[in-house]
Design a protein around this ligand. Structure first.
Ligand code: HAM
Length: 410
């Protein structure tokens, strides 16, 4: 799993996004005010408990990262002193859900939150970034996008949906009866009434001029950047803070819990939580779901070393420890084997740990300033000048000099 987080971190840094660490616990009230009182996350899924303070403050294990990042941003005064900020975070989240494949009670997200960028280019760039991550991991994902409009145009859409819902109430499921009065947008992502809501109003038909322009620009920029997507007018998302752009990246390889990344714009959230009126947009990757998709596509994290280093004798060991260090600095994965055993046993050990190569250094090699480079797959061996060892290894196509553990495919 660390491959997902390591790769995401490396990609995020290239977008000039930097790490923020947020607490595992926040006040329940924070989630009620941001994720929404009627969202499943707040209503049913929080691990909440009373603190032992006098007020018995209600705390919750974080079900998601966005509210905690916004709170920290406001508390640091950044909304007023330096509003344009780009953060990523990574760590466990907790939701009391019915566990199944791809849905866990403790799971991990890698999230990104950008503040002070109301422009469509920022939304598009977040998706370009996810696409880059997808490509680096070798995954196939489909982007679905939608626009929910803003405070100006959403009331008309909401009213239309309410009207449609009331007219079709007799056809809808029990849960939808509840949703209708409390949060009619959620009718659209009902998992039972999928077919029935086909005829419901679509947010994209109600966008005001500004929201339409924003959505058109997002799409034009995605096309320009070569990121394929489809518009899914039913993509309303389960959290209340979104406006304008929402998106998900879907994997076709992992069954029903197929959204591996999800996000969108939340321009009103900083103000709702007591800060200045600052735009926000972001996403979170479900790390386990990406790992499942990698597994489904037969990718494995390479855990075998590139090199088993064998030093025969005390003097060779002194050179070997420095050589190992130099190889590791070049991002080679090196295991220095125990000097206690004989060559035969050490070669067997090198084979057992799956090393591509063995480097053998004995008294003869030391005297000549060389090392024996043995390809353990083909059992061929050649002499290489010590100073040339890295280059000789790097020439092997199977060895990737990457700081992130590479992936292998069966
Ligand atoms: P979310 O859709 O609730 O959005 O979660 C984002 C991703 O986390 C999902 O697409 C999924 O991959 C993963 N995920 C969610 N719940 C579970 C679970 N129970 N087990 C395994 N994986 C899960 C958010 O959390 C927003 N904070 C995203 C965001 C950031 N929007 C703007 N900024």
């Amino acid at each position: 799993m660390s491959i997902v987080e390591d790769t995401a971190r490396a990609v995020a840094e290239r977008y000039s996004i930097h790490e923020i660490r947020i607490p595992l616990m926040e006040r329940v009230e924070l989630y009620q005010r941001s994720s929404g009182e009627t969202s499943d996350v707040v209503e049913k899924q929080m691990y909440a408990f009373a603190d032992h303070d006098e007020a018995q403050t209600m705390l919750a294990l974080r079900p998601e990262g966005t509210p905690g990042v916004v709170r920290a941003y406001i508390e640091a005064g950044l909304d007023r002193s330096d509003p344009e900020q780009r953060f990523y975070y990574s760590g466990p989240m907790f939701r009391r859900e019915r566990p199944q494949k791809g849905r866990f009670r403790q799971f991990h997200q890698f999230g990104v939150e950008i503040f002070g960028r109301p422009d469509a280019a920022c939304d598009a760039e977040l998706m370009v970034m996810i696409d880059e991550l997808r490509r680096e991991l070798g995954l196939e994902l489909e982007f679905q996008i939608n626009s929910l409009g803003d405070a100006q145009c959403r009331p008309a859409f909401r009213a239309a949906l309410l009207g449609w819902g009331r007219a079709h109430l007799h056809e809808l499921c029990e849960d939808c009866h509840q949703r209708l009065e409390r949060n009619p947008l959620r009718l659209l992502d009902c998992k039972i009434d999928v077919k029935k809501v086909e005829s419901a109003p679509r947010s994209t038909d109600y966008l005001c001029e500004e929201c339409r322009k924003h959505f058109d620009t997002v799409q034009a920029l995605l096309a320009e950047a070569g990121v394929p997507y489809i518009v899914n007018p039913k993509l309303v998302r389960g959290l209340d803070y979104y406006n304008r752009t929402t998106f998900e990246a879907i994997s076709g390889a992992i069954g029903s819990q197929s959204a591996v990344v999800a996000g969108g714009r939340y321009d009103g959230l900083v103000e709702t939580l007591g800060g200045a009126s600052i735009a926000g947009t972001g996403f979170a990757i479900g790390v386990e779901r990406i790992a499942l998709a990698l597994e489904a596509e037969r990718f494995r994290i390479k855990t075998t070393p590139d090199v088993a280093l064998i030093a025969m004798g005390e003097a060779a060991l002194h050179t070997a420890i420095g050589l190992a260090r130099g190889l590791r600095q070049a991002n080679l994965r090196v295991e220095l084997l125990s000097p206690e055993r004989g060559l035969k046993a050490l070669l067997r050990r090198a084979d057992k740990i799956g090393a591509h190569h063995a480097l053998i250094l004995g008294a003869n090699e030391l005297a000549k300033g060389v090392v024996q480079l043995r390809d353990l797959k083909s059992s061929t061996q050649r002499e290489v000048p010590l100073a040339e060892t890295i280059n000789a290894l790097a020439a092997d196509a199977e060895i990737q000099l990457s700081p992130v553990r590479p992936l292998e495919r069966d």
